[in-house]
Design a binder for this molecule. Structure first.
Ligand SMILES: [Zn+2]
Ligand SMILES: [Zn+2]
Length: 105
């Protein structure tokens, strides 16, 4: 991405979150609000879908087939998703391949 300074028309370079003109030091907000928004959306939807559990070793395990590798043992945990009105969703994490998925009923 190349931006030009609105004041002197020289090249502006991204620096510390802003675009800075190499000549007159004029600063412009870096970036595209849409891109930032999209990224946030992505993080949000990821958060709602599957949470990355760090200490899986402390979780209970159950016999269930991993949809990814067919292994028959997975960690499981319950998690509240979206609004509090909804029931908790059960999540599974394969002991073998670490594939994580949620239970759909
Ligand atoms: Zn300039
Ligand atoms: Zn697996």
């Amino acid at each position: 991405m190349v931006e030009f300074c609105p004041k002197c028309n020289n090249i502006m370079l991204p620096k510390g979150g802003v675009l800075k003109c190499v000549v007159c030091k004029h600063e412009e907000e870096l970036g595209d609000a849409n891109q930032e928004y999209a990224l946030k959306e992505k993080i949000e939807s990821k958060k709602q879908d599957v949470t990355v559990i760090e200490n899986v070793d402390t979780l209970p395990t159950t016999r269930i087939e991993c949809p990814n590798c067919g292994n028959m043992e997975a960690f499981w945990w319950l998690q509240q998703t979206r609004c509090a009105d909804e029931p908790e969703t059960r999540f599974y994490k394969c002991k073998k391949c670490s594939h994580t998925w949620r239970e759909y009923d």
